[in-house]
Design a protein around this ligand. Structure first.
Ligand code: NI
Ligand code: MN
Length: 227
């Protein structure tokens, strides 16, 4: 069973599974690094980590066009429901089995206000189980020691921010990599704007030195990774 990820830059992902396509944090409109337009993406499910516009992004428009179900915390699901989207609310620590696999919401240390200023609940990350494949998307967060517990899940892949300023920077992302112990790690949430410019190649070298068993894959926007 193959799972194919495409990086739409920033924290935006498409994950094609044998049982549907997921989008995560589809920030395409207004994203200078996005390789695709919101009108051109496919989705059966859209996962939203928090309410900030660089994550909620085009969720409502894509969900309405495609009929995709929005999966997020209770507050963001309620916000999208009010705008006419199909939704499935979850909350931190809770998981649910969907057609493509399981989604569990994990903690993230960040904010989550929605674009209209309303309360977006607690931000989250995602632990996805697709067939036998485990993927952790840390989303926007600072370093936290409970990443060790998430690492106990035996991750095939971890997606971690390295941009600094709004999230972990490279120093803490190296420490996160040590706690997560994933087979493969892909950095994200960098180089979208000047403020979060980072050298992902240098980060990859640092992880390689600290963790010989973890392979870092550096993608270009539009780049893909299969597992
Ligand atoms: Ni954010
Ligand atoms: Mn962000």
């Amino acid at each position: 069973m193959a799972v194919k990820l495409t990086w739409f830059s920033h924290a935006s992902w498409s994950i094609e599974t044998p049982n549907g396509t997921l989008l995560i944090d589809p920030f395409l409109t207004g994203n200078p690094a996005a390789p695709v337009k919101a009108d051109d993406v496919k989705a059966n499910f859209i996962l939203v980590s928090h309410g900030h516009n660089d994550h909620l992004g085009d969720t409502v428009a894509i969900a309405k066009r495609t009929g995709a179900t929005v999966i997020s915390n209770f507050e963001i699901a309620a916000y999208c429901d009010k705008q006419g989207c199909e939704v499935h609310p979850l909350h931190i620590g809770g998981g649910h089995d969907f057609a493509f696999g399981r989604v569990k919401l994990t903690i993230a240390h960040h904010g989550s206000a929605l674009p209209d200023g309303s309360y977006g609940g607690n931000p989250c990350g995602f632990l996805l189980t697709i067939g036998k494949t485990k993927i952790y998307d840390a989303a926007d967060t600072g370093l936290f020691y409970d990443m060790k517990l998430i690492g106990d899940e035996k991750l095939d892949l971890a997606l971690v921010p390295i941009g600094d300023n709004f999230t972990m920077g490279p120093d803490d992302a190296v420490r996160a990599a040590k706690l997560l112990r994933a087979q493969v790690l892909i950095p994200m949430h960098y180089n979208t704007f000047a403020l979060i410019k980072q050298d992902a190649g240098a980060f990859a070298s640092r992880v390689k030195k600290a963790l010989p068993k973890t392979k870092v894959v550096v993608l270009k926007p539009g780049g893909t990774f299969e597992l």
